[in-house]
Ligand binder design. Structure first.
Ligand code: DX5
Ligand code: ZN
Length: 225
């Protein structure tokens, strides 16, 4: 079990949504060799987002085949009932969506269930959700995932307003003694990585910028330079 609270930041979290699925383990090993720290695994149910991607069985198969932190981003409609399954299937961190919860109490309860299943818990917000909704959960949650594109697919363009949202999150977290990690996801490349880091992001998710490029190693290293 890896604990995101004990890492030193910033780090890169390659998103295997963009990896070659026919050679998934080799792709993961490459990310590991090139200095990634998290492995970002996107779960989509075709309901919360239109597309489907990886499912529980893929996580079960791959989670112990590498040494990266299994950072599982669940874009699913019913995190209250399903989030803990991912923790039990090998996720070190399970990040679910605020927008997928019916009420505030469900967010608290989902965090509690993920923790009880032995994983860290992350809370994600989509581009149109006000940052202020996070306020009630900052002392419970281990990670905040700011979506810098609409969740559901890779290869989209970074929404510039995300930088102001990172500033807002940074300000919210500043007074906390045990503050959650700030992760950003969507449209991250060398340029948007730099900007995001300057605005307080600590974990940078990148899919299409990394996978499928012969200079992946250089790209990964450049993101943190
Ligand atoms: C999108 C996913 C992302 C996706 C990012 O909903 O959550 O993790 O893989 O892809 P890129 O880096 O191509 O924007
Ligand atoms: Zn993601």
């Amino acid at each position: 079990m890896k604990d995101l609270r004990s890492f030193s930041y910033p780090i890169v979290a390659p998103s295997i949504l963009a990896a070659d699925k026919s050679a998934l383990l080799e792709e993961i090993k490459k990310a590991e060799r090139f200095g990634a720290k998290y492995l970002h695994i996107d779960i989509m149910d075709g309901i919360f987002v239109p597309a489907t991607s990886f499912s529980l069985d893929v996580l079960q198969k791959i989670h112990d085949q590498h040494h990266l932190l299994n950072d599982v981003h669940i874009m699913i409609a019913d995190p209250l009932h399903d989030a803990e399954k991912y923790a039990l299937a090998g996720a070190d961190n399970v990040t679910f969506h605020y927008e997928a919860c019916q009420k505030k109490e469900d967010v608290h309860e989902t965090i509690r269930r993920i923790h009880q299943a032995g994983a860290r818990a992350g809370l994600s917000i989509k581009p149109a959700t006000p940052v202020s909704v996070l306020k009630d959960f900052l002392e419970e949650v281990d990670l905040i995932l700011l979506m810098s594109v609409e969740p559901g697919k890779g290869g989209q363009k970074f929404i510039p307003e995300s930088l102001n949202r990172l500033d807002e999150i940074t300000a919210l977290l500043a007074p906390l003694p045990n503050r959650p990690i700030i992760e950003i996801d969507g449209g991250i490349n060398q340029e948007t990585a730099k900007l995001s880091l300057a605005h307080g992001a600590e974990a940078l998710v990148a899919g299409s910028y990394l996978f499928g490029h012969p200079d992946m190693e250089e790209r990964l290293k450049e993101m943190l330079r």
